[in-house]
Design a protein around this ligand. Structure first.
Ligand SMILES: NC(=O)c1ccc[n+]([C@@H]2O[C@H](COP(=O)([O-])OP(=O)(O)OC[C@H]3O[C@@H](n4cnc5c(N)ncnc54)[C@H](O)[C@@H]3O)[C@@H](O)[C@H]2O)c1
Length: 422
């Protein structure tokens, strides 16, 4: 079995894959266009939450190296592409990084190589976008001269229970031979490989998973708004419903969705559906509901201050947890950003407490940090209201919020006389 692997794109997805592959005896080269990522990794620094410097040191000791030179692909038996798939300014898929990575693969590909795309994308990308670029640049034919497959990444940053190895890996190839080659490769890295009948089924599986989360999060977000008005504790109802041993999975409300997946990926699917002449209404509705949540949280801040005969204008508001989910540092698409912008526009003085996020900027202006958790009590004592956006363990497990004047908790994790839930 082949054991020289090139991973293109060394971020939240590519780096954990590189780590597992190093552990499994592959000779791993990481290719990235960012010179700071390449330099940092070669110097032993990690830039993603799930790996620390010790992990990178272990990888380097196992032969890992990072480079910006695409000629490393020439030596690879397997190439896995993990580059970003963002949205363009007009909300449509931006496949620029996938196309450029595919060109790098095509110009350096040798016959017999297995090429796998892991970036989340719409069904058809691997066969109709990646394949022709690689074939044209290499002069080789997919399925005959090289193997081509798609395998969605299911990484959940900060999840201590499920990592790459114990999360089943979906794999779909251009041909049966491609599926088999990709299944053999991933079979060395993960406990269970799940083959699909083709490329597009594997591509869709990932979007189905993310759309399912997106829609269900929006469902409870919408319920949180009317449950508050009806005086119903939605968290208690979710807890009760969760005791049903079949047919129900718990989702929780929050200040809005963030990260690279939920707010972005389902748009890839609705974009494809639009090309059929109609709309994927569930996704669009979910987007609309969750996008309204930061404004709803701002309104609840206003109501809470009003109850104390205070105006938002001039009040000190501290946001706890500005990353997009608990216990990680990723601030991509975080709902904290629109919330800060709204509160500022209403005249509030906004600060934040987040041990995972050393600095936080909104609209080109820094949001002042009130310091590390152990020294944060002064900043919290001055606050007219504290809004818990993400319940980072280190904050929730401390008593730092006990003496705050008022706490609006969007996470449903806190209790106390000064705490009001979303
Ligand atoms: N972050 C997650 O939790 C997660 C989970 C599942 C799937 N995904 C998907 O995986 C893909 C990668 O996401 P990520 O979070 O790892 O992104 P990331 O931004 O953390 O990392 C991507 C890396 O790719 C590099 N890059 C960009 N263009 C390149 C090119 N042409 N050649 C080489 N390197 C290039 C960037 O410099 C960056 O270091 C996306 O499609 C994403 O939707 C992400």
């Amino acid at each position: 079995m082949a054991d020289s692997l090139t991973i293109i794109g060394l971020g939240y997805v590519g780096l954990p894959l590189a780590q597992e592959a190093c552990r499994c005896g592959f000779r791993v080269t990481g290719l990235d266009v960012s010179s700071s990522v390449v330099k940092g990794l070669n110097a032993g620094h990690s830039h993603v939450d799930d790996l620390d410097a010790t992990d990178v040191a272990e990888m380097l000791a196992n032969g890992f190296s990072a480079t910006a030179d695409a000629s490393c692909i020439e030596k690879a038996d397997v190439v896995v592409v993990c580059v970003p798939t963002p949205l363009s300014d007009d909300g449509t898929p931006d496949l620029g990084a996938v196309e450029s990575a595919s060109r790098s693969v095509g110009t350096n590909l040798r016959p017999g190589t297995l090429v796998v795309l892991e970036s989340t994308t719409y069904p058809g990308t691997t066969g109709e976008c990646v394949r022709p670029i690689i074939e044209e640049a290499s002069g080789l034919v997919a399925g005959d001269d090289f193997h081509l497959a798609y395998s969605p990444e299911r990484i959940d940053p900060g999840n201590a229970r499920f990592g790459l190895r114990n999360t089943p890996k979906v794999v779909g190839g251009l041909t049966d031979g491609c599926t088999e080659a990709a299944s053999t490769f991933y079979g060395r890295l993960v406990d269970q490989v799940v083959p699909t009948v083709g490329l597009r089924e594997a591509e869709l599986a990932k979007l189905l998973e993310n759309t399912y989360r997106h829609v269900n999060i929006a469902l409870v977000n919408e319920m949180a708004v009317f449950c508050h008005e009806l005086g119903i504790d939605l968290w208690s109802s979710i807890e009760a419903a969760s005791t049903k041993p079949f047919g129900f999975q718990a989702f929780y409300p929050g200040p809005g969705v963030g990260g690279h997946c939920i707010p972005i990926d389902p748009n890839y699917l609705s974009w494809v559906v639009r090309s059929l002449g109609y709309r994927f209404r569930f996704v669009e509705l979910a987007q609309e509901v969750s996008e309204r949540m930061p404004a709803y949280v701002a309104k609840r801040v206003q109501d809470a201050l009003n109850a104390e005969r205070k105006a938002v204008n001039g009040s000190k508001v501290v946001l706890v947890g500005v990353s997009y989910k608990a216990d990680i540092s990723d601030v991509r698409e975080t709902p904290a950003r629109p919330l800060v912008a709204l509160l500022r526009s209403m005249g509030a003085e906004v600060g934040y407490l987040d041990p995972h996020v050393p600095e936080f900027w909104v609209d080109g202006e820094p949001v002042p940090s009130i310091g590390p958790v152990d020294a944060a009590s002064t900043g919290l004592a001055d606050a007219d209201i504290v809004v818990v956006l993400q319940a980072h363990r280190v904050v929730v497990d401390s008593d730092v919020l006990n003496d705050a004047a008022a706490v609006l908790d969007t996470s449903g994790r806190l209790v106390g006389e000064n705490v009001e839930r979303l």
